[in-house]
Design a binder for this molecule. Structure first.
Ligand SMILES: *Cc1c(COP(=O)(O)O)cnc(C)c1O
Length: 423
């Protein structure tokens, strides 16, 4: 498509956007009754208007039936999880019985490492990306110490080459190769939270597994953002949070994928009564018998309010259709990149260095801009004009227009304000 840098062109793209009405399903933040340009769906997705209704239904069940709601609510709570699994398994490319919704991301990472990081004298290393999200780093460090190993030897970080910001797939694969006899686990993010780089999860999985190494992904920035084929790739496990691109609210309930090939291995796990075989759970007997599938990793009574918020959001994904979401995402973000390149080429000197790969196959919605000068001032200028982006020390502005509720006009306005601030 031949893009143009004009407001009327942006509005024309909005007019022909098949998803244009989905914006009305969300509450757009306002200041002095002026809608903000909200570009932080990568941090906390906006609230679907329908969330309130879904939560109210749980409130009503609770009021009307108390604990009987588990069996006798109009939609029995005992089966509420099924409403989440169907749409969610499509989003992550999994079979329904490979997905479970529970806890939060960091907790789930820990639980997965209990099952999937089983160091031996020979194989004990964890291979990860350098500068992973802090929670991930602390998870690796504390599991390694829990096994009385030394993080300095057991954690292998893949670094960008000198002068580069992102990782080359060949470098990731060669680190895996190099440690193929001593690695126990490869665990990377699907998309790095800082650079926005999308990793080649299929190739990484293949390389890890041909070296006999277990492989997992943290999909915090990937779920609901990019195409995932967890089952087909043969990933052993994955975890994600649901408050970023999945729009399910602050502290939303997390999701876990466990490949079916791992279901019958009787893997060690930390268990709770909600992971007990559903048919006999309420006999409350001694001795843990896991439910078949990923649900057998559940610990606690489900958080129905969090389920309800998650469901409201997942139904919007269902209604929009993943193919349509991705198609709009491509045009929306390609347009953003087109405008940003113009900002750089029309200013007297280069102010922005993009650290996110530009090619659509290597990123999702997010663009991370390394500000070569006046970064904080430009960030504050954007915020003052109602364009909500974020600042990451020491000098990066991150933003992510999302296809479900952001418009082409917003992208154009952002680039226009940015250009004025730089000039
Ligand atoms: C957002 C994010 C987290 C946050 O974990 P919570 O337990 O939900 O607070 C963890 N890891 C990555 C990679 C993230 O992007």
């Amino acid at each position: 498509m031949q893009f143009e840098n004009t407001l009327s062109f942006a509005r024309q793209l909005d007019a022909t956007d098949p998803l244009k009405n989905f914006r009305n399903k969300f509450i757009i933040p306002e200041v002095n009754s002026r809608q903000q340009v909200y570009f932080l769906g990568n941090s906390l997705g906006l609230q679907p208007k329908s969330v309130n209704d879904y939560i109210q239904r749980i409130m009503q069940d609770w009021a009307n039936l108390g604990v009987e709601s588990f069996f006798h609510a109009p939609e029995p709570w005992l089966n509420y999880h099924d409403h989440l699994i169907r749409p969610l398994s499509k989003i992550v490319g999994a079979l329904p019985h490979e997905v479970v919704v529970m806890n939060q991301l960091t907790v789930n990472l820990h639980l997965m490492l209990v099952s999937f990081y089983r160091p031996s004298a020979k194989r004990y290393k964890i291979i990860c990306e350098a500068k992973a999200f802090p929670s991930d780093q602390y998870t690796f460090e504390t599991h390694v110490k829990h096994h009385r190993l030394d993080p300095a030897h057991a954690i292998i970080e893949v670094n960008p080459r000198k002068g580069e910001h992102t990782l080359r797939t060949e470098d990731i694969l060669s680190v895996i190769q190099q440690h193929s006899g001593s690695a126990a686990l490869v665990l990377l993010s699907g998309i790095n939270y800082y650079t926005g780089q999308l990793f080649d999860m299929g190739a990484i999985t293949k390389a890890a597994q041909s070296a006999g190494v277990v492989v997992g992904f943290d999909l915090a920035h990937a779920a609901g953002n990019v195409d995932l084929q967890l089952h087909e790739w043969g990933v052993d496990f994955a975890c994600w949070c649901s408050y970023k691109y999945l729009n399910s609210g602050p502290g939303a309930i997390g999701g876990v994928f466990i490949h079916e090939k791992n279901h019958d291995k009787d893997l060690p796990r930390f268990a709770g009564w909600w992971g007990y075989d559903k048919a006999t759970r309420f006999k409350m007997e001694k001795g843990f018998t896991a439910m078949p599938g990923a649900e057998g990793w559940q610990l606690s009574t489900p958080a129905l309010f969090l389920y309800a918020a998650h469901r409201a959001s997942l139904e919007i994904f269902e209604e929009a259709g993943w193919t349509n979401i991705r198609a709009k995402q491509k045009v929306l973000t390609d347009y953003l990149w087109f405008l940003l390149e113009e900002v750089n080429t029309t200013s007297s000197k280069k102010i922005i260095e993009f650290i996110t790969p530009q090619h659509f196959a290597e990123r999702g919605c997010q663009v991370s801009m390394l500000m070569l000068e006046r970064g904080k001032e430009i960030y504050e200028g954007l915020m003052k004009q109602g364009i909500i982006v974020d600042w990451r020390e020491p000098n990066v502005i991150r933003l992510a227009p999302v296809p479900l509720y952001n418009s082409f006009e917003e992208v154009w306005r952002f680039a226009d304000v940015l250009k004025q601030l730089i000039a």
